[in-house]
Design a protein around this ligand. Structure first.
Ligand code: FES
Length: 369
């Protein structure tokens, strides 16, 4: 009896698997959606070839929706309103959309496909996102696993962005990787410098883009970027600015600090930077220089697991620990928090900020996608 059930179960699973494969093949090779019209904001019509995702179809028309994950359906940045011409919500979209967004016809552009005429709405400011041709003029080791990459703009030759925003870096095919991918990196350079962008890129094991940058990209090569994107930027206010970052999360914070310095913003600024050992710390001299340039700025690096040979006498523990100690003795009534790092670090820090009375509307974050 058990054998029969097992055989029946395996048969069903086999048939389902086979059907799924046939559907994928049919979708790829047989489905021909022909030309489709995408109407944007009831103002602009695009005639496009159907069959690709809305995100890549718009990209091919030089309309760039934000995307931090390169279309893998994890960042939720590519949300846009699809009023007509789309099927039901996909299982890959559901976890990233809340009830209100679903009611408002918000979809993930990287997941829905263009199969018929569509009516969509996107914010006007997204029309300012451009593709830039650049040249690599500097690749520099910041730590054993983080590199600074400077991209000089060629065409267009200027970029205008808000400190804290990011760009998408487009890889070239290399070794066994046959297709280009795009990944988001915060701009580390100052927003008043328009002719280049600096990126800080940490090597992620098996990461397609980071492996390319660390092991294949060379100075003088040409690289494409798309941007600027993102809503992580300095908000108006009078209170203290408390920043927290880890690893390459340093990048947008540097850009924010450069802005604060350049514009002589007279607010108290405190920056907590978390690293594991001393060899993971970088930009210490730059931070000490900024402490001299910005009237009321303190940089607080903390190591979670210093080695004896590090001779570390600074703050220790996870970054939440010195942050917690600091917030318990500061006036947080009007403070704002700016966080960049892993989602785990950001969530842990948000809990600490909220515990000390910094409400969610004063917490801004830029999680790694
Ligand atoms: S680009 Fe769609 S979820 Fe990231």
């Amino acid at each position: 009896m058990i054998t029969k059930i097992l055989i029946a179960t395996l048969s069903m699973a086999g048939i389902s698997g086979l059907l799924a494969i046939i559907l994928v093949i049919a979708e790829r090779y047989l489905a021909n959606y022909g030309e489709c019209k995408i109407t944007i904001n009831n103002q602009k019509d695009l005639i496009v070839k159907g069959g690709s995702t809305l995100l890549s179809t718009l990209n091919s028309q030089k309309i760039f929706l934000p995307s931090a994950c390169g279309g893998r359906g994890t960042c939720a940045y590519c949300k846009c309103k699809v009023i007509d011409g789309v099927g039901p919500l996909l299982p890959t979209e559901e976890p990233l959309l809340n009830k209100q967004e679903i009611e408002n016809q918000i979809r993930l552009a990287c997941q829905v496909k263009v199969k018929q005429d569509m009516l969509i709405e996107i914010p006007e400011e997204l029309f300012n996102i451009k593709e830039f041709e650049t040249r690599v003029t500097l690749i520099q080791d910041l730590t054993h696993d983080i590199k600074l990459v400077r991209l000089q703009l060629i065409e267009p030759y200027e970029i205008f962005f808000k400190a804290g925003q990011y760009v998408q870096l487009i890889t070239a095919p290399y070794a066994g990787v046959k297709e280009s991918v795009s990944r988001a990196y915060s701009v580390a350079s100052a927003s008043h410098e328009h002719d280049h962008v600096d990126l800080m890129i940490r090597l992620v094991p098996e990461g397609i883009c980071t492996t390319w940058v660390h092991n294949y990209l060379n100075e003088n090569e040409r690289v494409k970027i798309i941007g600027p994107m993102g809503d992580f930027y300095l908000r108006d206010g009078e209170g203290e600015i408390i920043m927290v970052a880890g690893g390459s999360g340093m990048a947008p914070i540097v850009s924010l600090l450069e802005k604060i310095s350049k514009e002589d913003i007279e607010r108290k600024v405190t920056y907590f930077f978390g690293a594991v050992r001393k060899k993971d710390l970088f930009y210490i001299d730059e931070m000490r220089n900024l402490e001299n340039e910005i009237g009321n700025f303190t940089f607080i690096p903390a190591l979670s697991a210093p080695e004896p040979e590090d001779n570390w006498d600074g703050e220790t523990g996870l970054i939440t620990e010195p942050l917690d100690r600091y917030l318990s003795r500061s006036d947080n009534a009007t403070s704002q928090a700016y966080l960049c790092g892993s989602p785990g670090m950001i969530n842990a820090c948000i809990n600490v900020f909220v515990k000390h009375g910094i409400t969610r509307d004063r917490i801004f974050n830029d999680p790694f996608a």
